[in-house]
Design a protein around this ligand. Sequence first.
Ligand code: NAD
Ligand code: GLY
Length: 396
Amino acid sequence: MRVGRSFRVFARQDDSCCGARSSKVESSGNAAQSELTVTAGQQRYRVAVGSRLLATTGAELRGKLSGTHGAVISDANVPERYAATVRSSLERAQCETILLPIAAGEESKSLANVGEICERMAVAGLDRSSFVVALGGGVIGDLAGFVAAIYHRGIPWVNVPTTLLAMVDSSIGGKTGVNTRAGKNLIGAVHQPALVIADVDTLETLPERDFNQGFAEIIKHGIIADAKMLDKVAQVSSLRATDDATRKLSLESLIRRNIEIKASIVARDEQETRGERAVLNFGHTVGHAIERAGGYGRFLHGEAVSLGIVAACEISVRKAGLPDADRHKVVALLDRFGLPTRLPADFPRERIFEALPFDKKFEQGQVRFVVSPKIGAAHVAQDVTIEDIRAAVATL
Ligand code: NAD
Ligand code: GLY
């Protein structure tokens, strides 16, 4: 069954967890928002999740940063009115900005675009006291965050995610970067944002396919860290809301829970040196290779991750003791969100194996593959071989 927009609901969950502090506040002007704090190394930043938040960007940014000049980076598919709202709120807060729109799509996450954006920021007179606002999905967050990481050796940035995937995953944790011809995210930096503003109203314009791909990362979070949440996502169709406001609150609750999960993992291992943050890569070794093998056009990121999750579950059954029933449960869930769980017959499968060695999880020919022994837990395995990956891909 395909889950469409009317099923964007989720049971309210009050059990906040693990590392990320959360509280519910009401701000003025009907802009109800829930707050979370991410701690990464020495840095702490707030993640605002709620309705009508775009118009608060200026005031929020001025509460954190002293700079009054910046660049708003967005893409051509993000409705122009979002950039207009953000920029006029910045103007009201005495901040002058330039708008740098780029082409939409994964191919825009390139070093060429980084160079072009930096040139334009320099020509506009932006300096080390300036800031960047990333307004868009994960592509914009990764690209604009990387620009902020290197411009004048690092300037502050604010992430305003406008896709479900970016709200639940990519806006948290400070990983930024671009792709090279050889592979995904091979050039990058960890550069935490000063603030994240997730306005759930922006999801109303997100195409269904883009909305659904966010569930790949949500399901990943459930597999690696929260079996209870995964069960709730599985019930999503029977939790249909009776009105729009309820639906929004339910969606907000789901987003918050996912931010908590990711934030708690990032808090323990910001730089991914202790093997803890690496679990967030569950499904991504094969997923990234499929994304690249498909020329970045065949599958969206979340769709490729969905296929990667199926492969990782298969390997987990063989190597880590994941019950086969759990693998079936995950596949059924991905199916329900319209996410691919099998490769099309004409897909160039061999290209997946050409792409694999370029994955960052390959080190000196060895793969650090993330497996799950049971839903709600994951670890990095050292004994997964290319043959295991081949066998798993053969089942797709
Ligand atoms: P995306 O940024 O390409 O956005 C998907 C599409 O939706 C684009 O066409 C975009 O223009 C459009 N869009 C965005 N917001 C919209 C809105 N509100 N209304 C209408 N259209 C809108 O893709 P994504 O799924 O958000 O992110 C995928 C990227 O995130 C990949 O590059 C992936 O590698 C990266 N990622 C990064 C991290 C991290 O930790 N940094 C984690 C997960 C994924
Ligand atoms: N997306 C993986 C991470 O943020 O670590």
